[in-house]
Design a protein around this ligand. Structure first.
Ligand SMILES: [Mg+2]
Length: 263
């Protein structure tokens, strides 16, 4: 096994740009994960992408050849649901900008999702990545925020990689629009922010020697540094070898692909 994994008990493994890109598994990634799991290391798949539900992620991973129980998949949408569920007093209603993942998480937390275009009397505006985001959504969110609703966001990634190698605007771009329109700052939960890092640590417990594997310095690595975890940067996603050299804080290891972590 790769030296960066010696003594490691648990791994927080990013998905996009690490395990797959779009619908295709990255070369050798599936075999590497199987090898790591076979060494008794618990692997938690952890993504800031909030669009899909956990069942949809489990299906996708199964299609690619990874069988993983739902409790070992963590999305920023699930963290959002858990944060709302644990809030006291618990908010009752929400306006959701986001995909199925956010909507399901908000509903599971016991909130009613309002779909009435003229209803701006909600407790929470919950924002994730949403390709159908429009000015009308922005307007409705702003009205609710002006009335005092809380703004909570799955993540603030500026971009994310599309299959063909281009970078698409991420949830952070939508969150920024809602913040400006509503005149408030969002509470952001995804990597590198603490709520998601804590949720990941809780799922890997009692493991304490944890490594984070990711392709993005400002989310995956930054979250790992903050937790005191080992950090492994893979170059199969958004960060090039050249960019990796210029990072102010260097990860514990840099590997071309996940495949390099297995013999
Ligand atoms: Mg990634």
């Amino acid at each position: 096994m790769h030296r960066s994994l010696s003594d490691i008990e648990g791994i927080v493994c990013d998905l996009d740009g690490v395990v797959y890109r779009g619908e295709s598994a990255l070369p050798g990634a599936i075999e590497a994960i199987a090898y790591i799991q076979a060494q008794g290391i618990k692997v938690l798949f952890c993504t800031n992408n909030s669009r899909a539900t956990i069942a949809q992620y489990a299906d996708k991973l199964a299609r690619l050849g990874i069988d993983v129980p739902a409790e070992l998949i963590l999305t920023s949408a699930v963290v959002l649901g858990e944060v709302l569920r644990d809030r006291s007093p618990r908010p009752e209603s929400a306006f959701v900008i986001g995909g199925d993942g956010v909507r399901e998480a908000v509903e599971r937390a016991g909130l009613t999702v309002s779909d009435d275009d003229f209803d701006d009397d909600v407790d929470v505006v919950a924002v994730g990545w949403d390709p159908s985001f429009t000015y009308d959504h922005l307007k409705r969110a702003a009205f609710a925020l002006h009335r005092g609703a809380a703004l909570i966001a799955t993540n603030d990634d500026a971009t994310f990689p599309a299959e063909e190698g281009r970078l698409l605007p991420g949830a952070g771009a939508i969150v920024a629009a809602v913040e400006v329109g509503g005149g408030v700052k969002a509470e952001v939960l995804g990597k590198p922010h603490r709520p998601m890092m804590d949720a990941a640590a809780a799922r890997l417990a009692p493991a304490t020697r944890i490594a984070v594997i990711g392709d993005r310095a400002e989310t995956d690595l930054a979250g790992g540094y903050a937790m005191g975890w080992r950090t492994i940067l893979v170059l199969s996603g958004v960060t090039s070898a050249q960019q990796a050299q210029t990072l102010q804080q260097q990860p514990d290891a840099i590997v071309e692909t996940l495949a390099k972590l297995a013999p």
